[in-house]
Write a protein that binds this ligand. Structure first.
Ligand SMILES: NC(=O)c1ccc[n+]([C@@H]2O[C@H](COP(=O)([O-])OP(=O)(O)OC[C@H]3O[C@@H](n4cnc5c(N)ncnc54)[C@H](OP(=O)(O)O)[C@@H]3O)[C@@H](O)[C@H]2O)c1
Length: 334
């Protein structure tokens, strides 16, 4: 079968090749083999390929990919017959390695059946990014302890942030979005009811946030890092929390400990891998149910994707990195 292989850190065109690899053996224990049809290209994928993130998020042997959507092809002898997982079930693979291959072996517990009315390309966007949005909103709600205070969301055009904003609005939260160019703000604001969107290329953008919020945010949810982290900490109410979940700006963040101390601020990291390994099965099912519901209410949020064959992985990564963002990038295989 075919798989994208990584031969070392570097530019995607120099280090990625489509290769023939051995067929997978029949699954043992509670594992299953899933025939993967679609998988998203994530910023963490190309950051890892370039060596900016630790490569051990990929499989030994260097096949990228952490999620996907496909059909169960074989099940191990210990898979619970009462579970929803059987041969032919269409599933989201939400916690895996090496999904940039035509087939992958994973524990049955890493799968979520996909309802018939959610197509593969949309389900692919829920696997990691949708779940990350649910997880981040839960973290924000824990920090606000029921207080109705605006949530500040950076990289607001990203797949994750658009789901955070949509889910947050459905739950009655005020949300303020930040994008890096004010010229892109109006287009995003049009997609959401009553969500101010502000470009951080405005000289006075922190003042614009304060004016839009009316009160200091209790929580900022940030995928950027770098210089954005101290700027966000400076906007929070005393005792507020910066939830960090990405490193789109790979530079270290200059944070003054005296400032964090004086205003009793918290910096909290959140990872979808942590969600996958620590969340009880009932909560995982409820979290995906919330996402399936979101897709039915707001299908336009997931409609603007582009698809590339596995063989065109280098072009796919270039498309995923293009700015401004124009929807998810998905690698497909027969
Ligand atoms: N912690 C976790 O478990 C987890 C899980 C999933 C994703 N993530 C992280 O979430 C973030 C978003 O992922 P995604 O797949 O939703 O992204 P995406 O849809 O590919 O969109 C990326 C967005 O980031 C913006 N961006 C890129 N570099 C930036 C920079 N230096 N400064 C400001 N904005 C920048 C882009 O803005 P333009 O539109 O202006 O180009 C674009 O809107 C990534 O950092 C990813 O690693 C984390």
């Amino acid at each position: 079968m075919k798989a994208v292989k990584l031969k070392g850190s570097g530019e995607p065109r120099d280090v990625l090749t489509l290769s023939d690899i051995d067929k997978l053996p029949p699954p043992n224990g509670s594992n299953v083999v899933v025939h993967i049809r679609k998988r998203a290209v994530h910023p963490a994928d190309y950051q890892t390929i370039r060596g900016f993130l630790p490569a051990d998020v990929f499989a030994p042997g260097g096949i990228p990919g952490i999620d996907g959507v496909g059909v169960v092809e074989a099940i191990g002898p210990d898979v619970d017959p009462a579970s929803e997982i059987s041969v032919g079930t269409r599933v989201i693979v939400y916690h895996a390695h090496a999904t940039w291959a035509e087939r992958v072996a994973v524990p049955a517990s890493s799968l979520m059946p996909v309802p018939d009315d959610i197509d593969d390309a949309v389900a692919t966007q829920l696997a990691t990014n949708g779940i990350t949005a649910v997880m981040l909103l839960r973290a924000a709600e824990q920090e606000t302890e029921g207080r109705k205070a605006p949530l500040l969301v950076t990289a607001a055009s990203s797949g994750v942030s658009r789901s955070i904003i949509a889910l947050g609005r459905l739950k009655g939260h005020e949300v303020i979005g930040l994008v890096r160019r004010d010229a892109d703000a109006a287009g995003l604001a049009e997609q959401f009811d009553k969500v101010p969107v502000i470009g951080t290329d405005r000289a006075n953008w922190p003042d614009a946030v304060k004016a839009a919020a009316g009160q200091p945010p209790v929580v900022a949810i940030d995928a950027i890092g770098g210089e954005m982290m101290p700027a966000l900490l400076g906007l929070l109410t005393p005792g507020g929390t910066l939830v960090t979940y990405g490193a789109l700006d790979g530079r270290p963040s200059p944070i003054h400990s005296g400032f964090v101390t004086a205003f009793e601020l918290t910096i909290r990291g959140c990872s979808a891998m942590g969600w996958a390994t620590r969340t009880p099965p009932e909560q995982r099912a409820a979290d995906f149910a919330a996402l399936f519901d979101l897709v039915r209410r707001a299908p336009h949020l997931f409609a603007g994707y582009r698809e590339f064959a596995l063989a065109d992985v280098v072009e796919a990564i270039a498309a995923a990195e293009a700015s401004p963002r124009r929807g998810a990038t998905i690698l497909v295989s027969p």
